[in-house]
Design a protein around this ligand. Structure first.
Ligand SMILES: Cc1cc2nc3c(=O)[nH]c(=O)nc-3n(C[C@H](O)[C@H](O)[C@H](O)COP(=O)(O)OP(=O)(O)OC[C@H]3O[C@@H](n4cnc5c(N)ncnc54)[C@H](O)[C@@H]3O)c2cc1C
Length: 574
């Protein structure tokens, strides 16, 4: 499939005049752009593959090459279609719109207004920061051929699964994408190794959390995942750590991994387990997606369904703000008890309300859940705050989650993050309330995910940041994206980086750490903040498995050696 010429032409010609976003290195510190070999080849360069090259490559991958036609193309130029454009705009906030595309991403900032459906019709449709082409991967051979072609032609390679990444790691100007989304195999089987004996599932790299949960449930099984059904499991989620409703019960997503089946940058097909290629296993399991290899499938533990209680609580900020935040404090006070009882909670403080849910209690009765919440409800009654509380006991996590995990409308949240240990949180209750109140007052959303990782949870050594393991809460501080107001979006981005994240960091020793999947892409000192004590070893392994930097993404291990120039070309930093 090849794009209409206007899309390709504008994609190249107009790229340079698009609004730019900051990169970790200034243009001055980069080696010269143009077609310099220190930069990846870019559309318009002499080195860019000819139409005949693309045609031959397309044939070599069985016609699975997709030339990008941005979703917003129906809103511009000669392909404008009023009805379809209205449909695209209406669908834009829903994850499926982007996950089912070979190029679109959920974080609009990294689309850089390329062929933006919300821009006026007369604005040219440019491919811009979307990948130029993507291979709809169906086999290991597709991956190997794409890796070979991209390296032969010095192209920027982008591994993309669902496009959920908050850092824009699954898109890239002038990129050739490996689109993993349609690898949907799902094989439940018995597994035996030194580390684990029991049920397991081997899933293709395109399996999403909701698909996994539904299929496993029918077989009486539960698979660890996050709260969002559209996030992919084998990509950034598990490779980056993987928090979710079952974290306290079974450990992180990464802790479930028994085997990776992957392709290295040099094209070698490889299996990595705790005992075979164990250093690659270690790096892939927590060191961040899109860094060491292209994962074709992974094998993870499967747990038997068990009784699970779900709960939620909401109350508005309707009267005195002081009173509202006393209510929030009452909820904060029970967070350690939820973890101690084996549960997790997700909540968001907005300027107008507190919304708690899902609270998940695996192997917990409704009576236990209600007793944990009783002091909060009593306090809310005493404060005369009207609330809505609900809890329910189910025979499986799947059913509990279906009842208590609210639908996620996810497109376009800009975020920062901080991990908070129990002693820091319980030792300074007023400090956290004041910081959160200050953020909410300025229009920020403060989402918390609480959990507890006991040392009794067995897992092979992996590269998850130890700070993630030691924390009680992962805070995500967000500001909703406004599709029609880029200037305000940039202002909000500055608020996150310069005000919101520092407000939480100020409460933590040495400024604290953050979960590498849910944090600010402009985080200063991200190597330490995201990877902690593992960074040095992870960088050594990057040099072993990907010495030429074939895999690059903002804030991935070794990414500081490359940066984007003003025109978004990816170049080595001198
Ligand atoms: C709405 C929403 C809800 C979320 N909820 C949670 C949550 O509950 N818990 C949690 O821990 N995180 C959560 N996240 C964060 C999520 O885990 C990350 O965004 C993660 O990177 C998504 O992975 P993906 O593969 O689906 O996305 P993509 O954007 O496609 O990829 C993310 C990264 O993984 C790489 N990658 C993808 N596939 C492969 C592959 N096969 N091989 C090698 N590299 C690959 C990409 O190159 C990229 O670097 C959420 C994010 C969003 C937007």
């Amino acid at each position: 499939m090849y794009a209409p010429p206007f899309v390709r032409a504008f994609g190249i010609a107009v790229l340079a005049v698009l609004p730019s976003f900051s990169s970790p290195a200034t243009a001055a510190s980069l080696k010269s752009s143009g077609s310099s070999s220190s930069c990846r080849c870019f559309p318009g360069d002499a080195c860019w593959p000819s139409p005949a090259d693309w045609k031959a490559f397309n044939q070599s991958v069985g016609g699975r090459l997709i030339a990008t036609v941005p979703l917003g193309s129906v809103c511009h130029g000669t392909t404008y279609d009023a009805a379809r454009c209205a449909d695209v705009k209406a669908a834009w906030p829903y994850a499926d719109t982007h996950t089912d595309s070979s190029s679109s991403v959920l974080a609009p900032f990294f689309a850089n207004q390329s062929c933006d459906p919300f821009l006026p019709r007369e604005t040219p449709c440019v491919i811009g920061t979307y990948v130029q082409y993507a291979v709809n991967v169906s086999s290991v051979a597709d991956i190997q051929k794409t890796l070979a072609f991209s390296q032969k032609k010095n192209l920027r390679l982008v591994v993309r699964n669902t496009g959920h990444d908050y850092f824009g790691k699954s898109t890239g100007a002038g990129g050739l994408g490996l689109w993993m989304h349609n690898l949907k195999t799902y094989d439940i089987h018995d597994y035996k190794s030194a580390a684990y004996t029991g049920k397991a599932v081997t899933m293709g790299a395109g399996i999403q959390a909701g698909e996994s949960a539904a299929t496993a449930f029918k077989q009486g099984l539960t698979i660890v995942s996050g709260i969002c059904p559209t996030v992919g499991l084998a990509g950034g989620y598990t490779q980056g750590g993987g928090l979710g409703p079952l974290t306290t019960r079974y450990g992180l997503g990464a802790d479930q991994v028994l085997e990776w089946h992957a392709v290295l940058a040099n094209g070698s097909e490889i299996t990595a387990t705790p005992t075979k290629n164990s250093d690659l296993y270690w790096a892939l399991t927590g060191g961040g997606g899109g860094t060491y290899a292209v994962v074709y499938s992974m094998t993870v533990k499967a747990h038997a369904n068990e009784k699970t209680t779900g709960a939620n609580l909401t109350f508005p900020n309707a009267g005195s703000e002081d009173v509202f935040f006393q209510g929030v404090q009452a909820f904060h006070d029970i967070i350690p008890a939820i973890s101690d009882a084996g549960g997790t909670a997700v909540w968001t403080v907005l300027s107008k309300a507190l919304s708690v849910g899902p609270v998940t209690g695996p192997n917990m009765t409704k009576a236990t859940m209600d007793s944990i919440f009783q002091p909060v409800l009593q306090k809310l009654d005493a404060l005369n705050i009207t609330y809505s509380y609900s809890s329910g006991e189910f025979s499986s996590f799947y059913e509990s989650n279906a009842a208590y995990d609210p639908p996620v409308v996810s497109n376009g949240l800009q975020i920062g993050g901080r991990l908070v240990k129990r002693s820091d949180f319980t030792g300074n209750p007023d400090g956290f309330i004041q910081a959160i109140r200050g953020i909410a007052d300025q229009g920020g959303l403060v989402t918390g995910a609480s959990y507890q990782l006991s040392s009794s949870l067995q897992h092979p050594p992996n590269s998850v940041n130890p700070e993630l393991r030691k924390s009680l809460i992962s805070f995500q501080i967000g500001v909703p994206w406004i599709n029609t107001d880029w200037a305000t979006d940039l202002h909000n981005q500055d608020l996150i980086t310069n005000s919101f994240v520092p407000a939480l960091a100020a409460l933590l020793p040495s400024g604290g750490s953050a979960y590498l999947n849910q944090a600010d892409f402009r985080e200063p000192g991200w190597q330490q903040v995201f990877y902690g004590e593992n960074y040095e070893k992870l960088l050594e392994l990057k040099d072993v498995y990907d010495p030429n930097g074939v895999f690059w993404g903002r804030t991935t291990v070794g990414s500081e050696r490359w940066a984007e120039t003003e025109d978004k070309r990816l170049c080595r930093v001198s």
